[in-house]
Design a protein around this ligand. Structure first.
Ligand SMILES: C[S@@+](CC[C@H](N)C(=O)[O-])C[C@H]1O[C@@H](n2cnc3c(N)ncnc32)[C@H](O)[C@@H]1O
Length: 223
């Protein structure tokens, strides 16, 4: 199996990306558990993909919901009516301090270096604003898990992934002026058993039970 760059991989995955996976389901519930208020706030989702989480932000009463993503094909699948633009997390098309809540969800593992991304994410976050970063968990990578997907023809592909441990995220955040206030992990358990069952992979479920698949970090931008 060849390892695809994020740009190539997500262009291929885009038409079927809406189907939730164990990772995406765990990611959503761990972000929800951080309880960051969205009502009346300006929300930016960097690496928003098909913008499905922005639909949730709009439903929660966000004053503004904006998404950017590297892959035009992912943005083309969006249907919720948020303001969207094609851009790289390292060069965001937004003014400084423009957002109260910044998300960067399951994106940074696709980058070799964290610092340029954190610097840019922090720049567009308002002082006192909140930033949520999630990543494929380093322990899952260490256990041999890879970021894979099936395209519309059912062919399996692997996506390029760089392992960044929690200390590296924290250090890059600190350097960008962000203070880590919460960290959570989402582990394989009953909530995602159905994904394994439907894929006829209950053996894998038993082996992975308790393994963290997603790391979630909540930062606040220092004044
Ligand atoms: C796993 S998907 C997550 C999508 C969305 N955050 C979600 O949770 O549904 C990762 C997304 O990151 C985007 N991406 C990868 N590298 C990026 C970069 N350098 N800048 C912006 N987006 C990037 C991909 O195009 C893809 O849509």
């Amino acid at each position: 199996m060849t390892v695809l760059s994020a740009a190539r991989g997500y262009a291929l995955w885009a038409p079927t990306y809406a189907a939730e996976t164990a990772v995406s389901a765990l990611e959503t519930s761990v972000v929800d558990s951080l309880d960051v208020p969205l009502a009346g706030r300006r929300v930016l989702d960097v690496g928003c993909g098909i913008a499905r989480r922005l639909a949730d932000a709009r439903g929660a009463g966000a004053a503004l919901a904006v998404g950017v993503d590297l892959t035009p094909g992912m943005l083309a699948q969006a249907s919720d009516g948020s303001l969207l633009a094609a851009a790289d997390v390292r060069a965001l098309p937004a003014a400084g301090d423009a957002f109260d809540v910044v998300w960067c969800r399951l994106v940074l593992g696709h980058l070799a270096a964290l610092r340029p991304a954190y610097a840019e994410l922090a720049r567009v976050c308002s002082p006192g604003g909140q930033m949520i970063v999630t990543d494929f968990h380093p322990r899952a990578a260490a256990a041999g898990h890879r970021r894979t997907f099936r395209d519309a023809r059912g062919e399996l592909h692997e996506l390029e992934h760089h392992v960044h441990d929690e200390a590296a995220h924290r250090a890059a955040g600190e350097r960008a002026g962000l203070a880590l206030v919460h960290r959570r992990e989402a582990v394989v358990g009953e909530a995602v058993r159905g994904f394994y069952e439907r894929a006829d992979r209950l053996d894998a479920y038993e082996r992975q039970h308790g393994l963290p698949l997603v790391l979630a970090l909540l930062f606040v931008r220092r004044d």
